[in-house]
Design a protein around this ligand. Structure first.
Ligand code: FAS
Ligand code: PHB
Length: 394
């Protein structure tokens, strides 16, 4: 079998890349380790930057996001029992974010791919990438008992943090930068109305909390928990009780609790791979980088990688130019490092770090007091949260 691009991974990165390439007449096959149902069962990101929302429109899958997504003009930062609204729209000259779950975005992309009859292999086992340092790469995998091989021009490694593509890059050609945080996020999804019409990020002495949402009837909450914690240690009641202790009185009164639809603990890390290109194999999304979700950047950085990669591959086939391919890694990494920096900084600002001693709490207090009493301070939060322009700093 032969195609132009093999995309490894059917998460948002792989599916969005497949859709953008299809719209431009570039053939691609997606090879995914899990079943489609398993991919859709993951509960992950919830906030889309305008760049990501625009990409969904460009891919022809933005209709339900516009119908069901919730446009947010700001969010609250709760600290010392005081709400401080970050007016995203006012501080960034009109920019906003869209609250639309990653699961729904993935579903929209899967539906579009299926409707177009595009080739995807789910439940593919032992996926391996070969000869990407030559002009004739190929991918092998087992599917329904058969060993398959797909020859291609390019391989897009959209297979996430635990994927095979980054792991297959020559060790001497790769640099990895990592910081692991000494806590995780315990997330709970419930069919209850959100506690507030916008998100509430909480810096509480008991730990970070986040009140987010998926719709007007479905909420997503997070609590900072020790890395040693286990989700089975947390009954729904224990979760709601701890969340209440971290909220202010108006939120406690507004909180509607209910049974969890999903509950899980996600570890937090900052991670970047350099470069993102190895011959004819490219890494995009979580395959190349990970951020702590505090800044809502993970999915959005994946989307900008895909925008650059789709543009480079389309340019190659349309103009036989390798300019976009040659600049792919450098262009992505500039934006990735800005997203990594903001995600790390906002995580440091909003979480408890007891192991860093009392002085860290004092620095945090001084920084929050400055930021929340300064127009410039709030603007720096707002312009990073809505997403810096793609050509920022060019
Ligand atoms: P993904 O990991 O989503 O997808 C990779 C795909 O590749 C998966 O379907 C996987 O099964 C497949 N794959 C892996 N190995 C393979 C192989 N060998 N062969 C074939 N396929 C293979 N971001 C936010 O902005 N906000 C959040 O709140 C947030 N919460 C998160 C919680 C968790 C637990 C995790 C892990 C991430 C979270 N993220 C969050 C980040 C997340 O949204 C990612 O940024 C997003 O999923 C990136 O999408 P992909 O790059 O497609 O990677
Ligand atoms: C979410 O809704 O899952 C979410 C929102 C904002 C974040 C992280 C997660 O910063």
């Amino acid at each position: 079998m032969r195609t132009q691009v093999v995309i490894v991974g059917a998460g948002p990165s792989g599916l969005l890349l497949g859709q953008l390439l299809h719209k431009a007449g570039v053939d691609a096959v997606i090879v995914e380790r899990q079943s489609a149902g398993h991919v859709l069962s993951r509960i992950r990101a919830g906030i889309l930057e305008q760049v990501t929302a625009d990409l969904l429109d460009e891919a022809g899958v933005g209709e339900r996001m516009h119908r069901e997504g919730l446009v947010h003009n700001g969010f609250d930062l709760l600290w010392h029992d005081r709400r401080n609204r970050i007016d995203l729209e006012g501080l960034t000259g009109g920019k906003k974010v869209v609250c639309y779950g990653q699961t729904e975005m993935t579903r929209d992309l899967m539906d579009a791919r299926r409707a177009a009859g595009l080739p995807s292999y789910y439940s593919a086992a032992n996926v391996a990438v070969h000869d990407f340092d030559t002009a004739h790469p190929h991918v092998t995998f087992e599917h329904e008992g058969a060993l398959l091989r797909i020859d291609c021009d390019f391989i897009a490694g959209c297979d996430g943090f635990h994927g095979v593509c980054r792991a297959s890059a020559p060790r001497e050609a790769i640099r990895e930068f990592e910081r692991v945080y000494p806590f995780g996020w315990l997330g709970l999804l419930s069919d209850t109305p959100p506690v507030h019409h916008e998100l509430i990020y909480v810096n509480s002495p008991r730990g970070f909390a986040l009140c987010s949402q998926r719709s007007l009837t479905r909420s997503r909450y997070y609590l900072q928990v020790p890395l040693s914690d286990k989700v089975e240690n947390w009954s729904d009641q224990a979760f709601w009780d701890e969340l209440r202790l971290r909220l202010d009185q108006p939120a406690r009164e507004a909180l509607v609790t209910g049974p969890s639809l999903e509950k899980s603990i996600a570890p937090l890390r900052s991670f970047v791979t350099e470069p993102l290109r190895f011959g004819r194999m490219f890494l995009a999304g979580d395959a190349g980088h990970i951020v702590p979700p505090t800044g809502a950047k993970g999915l959005n950085l994946a989307a900008s990688d895909v925008k650059y990669l789709a543009g480079a591959l389309i340019e190659y086939y349309a103009e036989r130019s390798e300019a976009g391919i040659d600049s792919y890694s450098e262009r992505c990494l500039k934006r990735i490092w800005r997203g990594e920096r903001f995600s790390w900084w906002f995580t440091q600002l909003m979480h408890q770090f007891p192991e860093q001693g009392e002085i860290h709490a004092k620095f945090q207090q001084a920084e929050l007091e400055y930021l929340l009493h300064s127009e410039a301070g709030k603007r720096t939060i707002a312009e990073n949260y809505v997403g810096l322009p793609l050509d920022f700093g060019d």
